[in-house]
Every structure is written in C-alpha cells, then in structure tokens.
Design a protein around this ligand. Structure first.
Ligand SMILES: *Cc1c(COP(=O)(O)O)cnc(C)c1O
Length: 376
C-alpha cells in the first residue's frame, strides 16, 4: 500500500536528539529551539518566531494576544481544520463562516466585507494546501474596519504571496510542524509575530505568565509571574527533530515540488477530457507542494475513486467536513451568505499520497491507478 503520508525523516534527526539528551537540555528553549527560531526569523523576515507545542496552540496564543472576548465575532472559512475555530471558540467568540473560492479552496475575499459587523474583531484566512489567500484584499478590509488578521499558515511553511512569506502578512501567523506537515517535530508549531511591541507579551504568555525570557536574556535579575499564561513551549528534543529538516528545507521543498509537478503533468489529459480538475496556483502565489489533490465529479464518484485506489494499493483521503455543518460548528457559528462552493467543492476533493521522498515509481503507480479508474 502506498501510504497517504510518511513523516519527514532525513537521518540527522537521531543524532540531534541524542545531542539534546547529552546536553542535559531537554526542556523548552534550549539550543535547538533557538536555532529553529533564528531560522524561521531569517527565512520569513518576521519580527519574532516562537516554537510552540502545536499550530492549535499558536492559534490559541494569537486569540489570547488579541484579547478576543465572549461576544466577539471572527470571520473564517468553513472549509478548514477545527483548530482554526477552536482557538476563538475557547475565548467565547462567535464564528462567522464565509464561502470559499472554488479555484484555490481559500476564503473568498470578495465575500468577507459583507460579513463584518460592529462585533467583528478578526479575520482568520487559511492558506489551504500552502497556496496563499488573496492577502492584499484581506489586509485592505482589515484596515478599513480596524480588524486584526491571524493567518492559519499551518500548511504554508516556505510558501509566499507576492514575495512575502505566508504567516508574516497578518498580525500573527501560525505554522504547524505536525507529522503530516512538510516539516515536522511530531507535534509542534510556531507563532510568528509581526509587531515587535507584542513580542514580550507573547513570550510571557508562552512561559506560564512569567517574564522568564527577559530574565534569560539577562535584562532583569530575577523572573516573576506577571500575567496570565500557559505552557506553550515544546521540548528541545522535538526541536532537535525539526532542526534536522529546517537545515534541509530547500531540499525537502524541491523534492515535494517535483512530485507535485509530476502529478500535475500526468493528470493534464484527464482534466482536458473533463474527468477531473487539478489544483489552481494563482500567479502571485509561490506554493510549497504541501498537498496534491484532484477534484472528482461529485461525492459519489469520489467515494468510488477512493475505494478503487485502495483496492489498487493507493491510500487517498478526502478533506474537511465543512465546519458549519459539524455539531460544534452549528453551536458556535453561523454561515454568512450562501454556501455555494464550500460543501460542493469539499465533497469532490481527494488528496493523493504526497510526502518527502515519494518514490517516482510509487507516484507512477498512483497515476496509473487514477487513470485506470477513469479509463480502465
Ligand atoms: C494541521 C492544521 C492545523 C493544526 O495543526 P497542529 O499542529 O496539529 O495543531 C490547523 N489548521 C490547519 C489548516 C491545519 O492544516
């Protein structure tokens, strides 16, 4: 069976984890964490990057830093992972779902402004498949209505919009280093902070409400409890695993893009003949091959295709039951406007095996199986 995902592993991870253990430094903010922070800051140009225990927690930190309160409204797509919503629901916010664009599966920027009310506090664009939302339009709406923007860039490490790293355009950017993402530490993430004035608040929040980070920099002689907080910093052993991959990020990115392009070229004929649709990457977006998906005709055809692929040794999966139709989504949110594309497009989408070092012969097997379904 060709699996849908294999967590990235380059080989150097084991030695780095041993090093962390031998350093007697396995708690958070050790040498490997610092290297990851520096890499993220240099690579993206953000004012500050902080490793976290997950993207879910990065989103929670963003919601706390924005002081989201009960009754506030947050605008987001319904076609996303529940973590995007959870962070704001935990603060008592009401979710306002907006339809997606059928081409990129991202929030439709032209439908956001109509969903803004006096209670709206934030917009949370999700860069699906590592392909950027239309950030110029979204940032302009945020400016007009004095809203904050939190980018769910869980899938978007190494992706860009008009030359700018995703996660650095809004007030906060949230990355995931879960084992299903392009760069991994098992469970983990990062928070990117745009405004230097917010860095200290974020550090305090991440370190149980203490000013320990300031203390560790030698700027004060003892640290103390100064605000509410939690523990959002990962073990340096996990950071050691991640560091191995960040060092080789260009190699991983190139390898994934090559697999993506192979699929893309191979399915051109099926698209031309009207059987499937391939992903659309707008010209201003530099993507990271987080995902390769196809769209079948409808739910029924997709279900049959997934079953056919499984019988032929290929694990393919669908993605996201739209949040607004889930039990919690019904409780915590409402869909603004009409659901023209969210449900329809989600029903058709199917993700093919995509991971670092996907063997060319395995990709061929996937391509043959899909082609066999339509032409066999
Ligand atoms: C993976 C993912 C998350 C959650 O990431 P974790 O690191 O597992 O918490 C959130 N949003 C999106 C869009 C994701 O793909």
């Amino acid at each position: 069976m060709i699996p849908f995902n294999i967590p990235p592993f380059l080989g150097t991870e084991t030695a780095y984890i041993k090093e962390a253990i031998n350093n007697h430094k396995i708690c958070g903010d050790g040498p490997f964490t610092k290297r990851c922070h520096q890499w993220l800051e240099e690579k993206t140009g953000t004012a500050k990057a902080l490793l976290t225990t997950s993207c879910t927690h990065s989103l929670e930190m963003a919601a706390l830093l924005l002081d989201i309160r009960p009754g506030d409204e947050v605008i987001l797509p319904s076609f996303t992972f529940c973590s995007t919503a959870d962070a704001f629901v935990l603060r008592g916010a009401k979710l306002v779902f907006v339809d997606i664009r059928p081409d990129t599966m991202n929030i439709d920027e032209t439908k956001i402004e109509d969903a803004v009310t006096p209670k709206t506090k934030a917009i949370v664009p999700v860069h699906y498949a590592g392909v950027a939302c239309e950030m110029d339009a979204i940032m302009a709406i945020a400016r007009r209505h004095d809203l904050r923007v939190v980018e769910d860039a869980a899938q978007a490490v190494m992706s860009e919009y008009k030359g700018q790293a995703l996660g650095t355009i809004g007030d906060y950017g949230c990355y995931s280093f879960h084992e299903t993402k392009n760069y991994s530490m098992g469970e983990g993430g990062a928070l990117l902070i745009k405004d230097p004035a917010k860095i200290e608040d974020a550090e305090i929040l991440r370190e149980k409400g203490t000013n320990r980070s300031v203390f560790l920099r030698g700027q004060i002689d003892k640290y103390t409890w100064v605000n509410h907080g939690s523990s959002y910093l990962p073990s340096d052993m996990n950071a050691a695993y991640l560091w191995a991959q960040l060092q080789e990020a260009d190699k991983i990115n190139g390898n994934r893009l090559a697999s993506w392009q192979k699929y893309y070229n191979a399915f051109e004929a099926l698209e031309k003949e009207g059987f499937v649709q391939r992903p659309v990457i707008p010209a201003e977006c530099k993507q990271n091959a987080h995902m390769f998906y196809l769209k079948a005709k409808d739910l029924e055809e997709r279900t049959a295709l997934i079953a056919f692929l499984r019988e032929n040794g290929v694990q393919a999966v669908f993605h996201y039951i739209p949040l607004h139709s889930a039990p919690a989504g019904l409780r915590f949110g409402r869909f603004h406007g009409e659901d023209v594309y969210t449900t329809r497009e989600a029903d058709r989408l199917l993700r093919l095996p995509m991971y670092y070092d996907l063997r060319s012969e395995d990709a061929d097997k996937v391509i043959d199986a899909v082609t066999g379904f339509y032409k066999g």
